[in-house]
Design a protein around this ligand. Structure first.
Ligand code: SF4
Length: 422
């Protein structure tokens, strides 16, 4: 979500005549688009900001803006803490970046933007094959550990015609894959439901693949599972955050599903969409997570066998319910649980990848393989990265091509394959 917001900020600035530079010394304006989902991201941002202090002294005309979730959360506190910051712009107000040149621009823009879903902004995309598209903004779920509802506001769905027009335009420009973005895409509700929206995107000529993130397990409907099963372009992959294998901890997290309910959704997905890749998020060391609860998460990993997970230790976010909970776990214990989870999952992921050995996979080519320019890199429909050896007999392969590849080697985090002659 943040990376795509950065693409929008870059798009607005470009339309205002700015030219991008990698070098802060050359810049007239530096914008930090920040993330506050975890403490580490916040620390990294403040240390990066500190590096600009001397530059601002040498070049007083340089303007520095802080955008994103830290801007929203801390507002004018940032100006107090770092007086050489010129502007603070929350994620619901990035459209105001276009007004930074105006003399009367207020230093702080963090108010709720009730029109965010109707606001169309230019986008400067980094990728030329795959594109992110916002279909909704904000979140109503208030998971007890999460800062997002406080920084991105309540849910607002973008009208379907605006989404479909953007995707048609992307298809026309040669984009082949779209990822529909929202904190909880399953609760998308405008003039269409989410499965209805997928049906419309599926009809757009030129688009070969459709993905979406993120799905909340409590809102994963049978209609959506059927859409994944029946719609040709919707990839057989879902990111379905579990967070904990303990129903007691899930309730403390305010996730609104039990572990059994989660399992039933996974069963329904696997029954209807054989071979579907399922990835997830896990939090280790949530307040009050006992050794028994933690053991249930480990058991869940073995039972479900995700294709991959993003695992983090619990990070206290001021202003959330969990930050005030008793039973906070010591950092050393959180880390040790996290490391064990990562190790267990690494083996499972490797096993899952091994099971694809000798199979034929449809690959959408992204571009040259960064590690070996003689190869190309792409992804399976299950979102696994594949390094593809080119075949002298095959026609040249370019980004955006969709080809069949024989998987010849499975590594822990990627696959290797050979083009199948046509
Ligand atoms: S669903 Fe929960 S974890 Fe996801 S953004 Fe909303 S509050 Fe945060």
């Amino acid at each position: 979500m943040n990376v795509h917001d950065s693409e929008k900020i870059a798009g607005i600035l470009k339309s205002e005549g700015y030219i991008e530079t990698d070098c802060p010394q050359d810049a007239d304006l530096v914008i930090f688009n920040t993330c506050s989902i975890r403490q580490k991201a916040e620390q990294k941002f403040f240390s990066e900001l500190g590096r600009l202090k001397m530059l601002k002294k040498r070049k007083p005309g340089l303007r520095i803006a802080v955008a994103g979730c830290i801007a929203q959360q801390q507002g004018k506190k940032i100006l107090k803490r770092v007086p050489y910051v010129d502007y603070v712009i929350g994620p619901q107000n990035i459209h105001m970046v276009r007004d930074l040149n105006k003399a009367n621009f207020a230093k702080i823009a963090v108010e709720d933007n009730l029109l965010i879903a109707d606001t169309e902004l230019p986008v400067e995309r980094k990728d030329q094959v795959r594109a992110w598209i916002n279909i909704m903004y904000g979140c109503n779920n208030f998971c007890s550990y999460c800062i997002v509802p406080f920084t991105r506001g309540r849910e607002q769905s973008r009208p379907s015609h605006s989404i479909l027009n953007e995707i048609k335009e992307l298809a026309h420009k040669g984009y082949r894959e779209v990822t529909l973005l929202g904190q909880n895409v399953n609760s998308y509700a405008s003039d269409k439901s989410f499965p209805e929206l997928l049906k419309e995107v599926d009809k757009i000529e030129g688009i070969r693949r459709i993905r979406f993130v993120t799905s909340h397990p409590k809102d994963l409907s049978d209609e959506l599972i059927i859409a994944i099963r029946d719609l040709e372009k919707v990839c057989e992959h879902i990111h379905l955050p579990l967070q904990s294998g303990s129903t007691r901890v899930l309730s403390l997290m305010n996730r609104k599903y039990t572990f059994d309910e989660y399992l039933k959704r996974v069963d329904a997905l696997r029954r209807n969409v054989p071979g579907i890749a399922i990835t997830s998020d896990i939090i280790a060391g949530f307040p009050e997570e006992s050794v028994y609860d933690y053991g249930l998460t480990v058991k869940a990993l073995h039972e479900i066998e995700f294709d991959g997970i993003f695992a983090f230790h619990y990070s206290k976010r001021e202003g959330t319910k969990a930050a005030a909970m008793r039973g906070q776990i010591a950092d050393s214990e959180k880390l040790s649980r996290l490391n064990e989870i990562i190790e267990i999952q690494n083996e499972i992921t490797e096993g899952k990848n091994q099971s694809l050995n000798n199979s034929v996979q449809e690959i959408l080519i992204d571009g040259p393989d960064e590690k070996n320019p003689l190869k190309m890199s792409g992804r399976t429909r299950g979102n696994k990265i594949v390094s593809v050896t080119l075949n002298a007999m095959h026609q040249p392969i370019k980004p955006g091509d969709v080809i069949n590849v024989l998987i010849i080697k499975a590594n822990r985090h990627s696959l290797e394959g050979e083009v199948i002659p046509e």
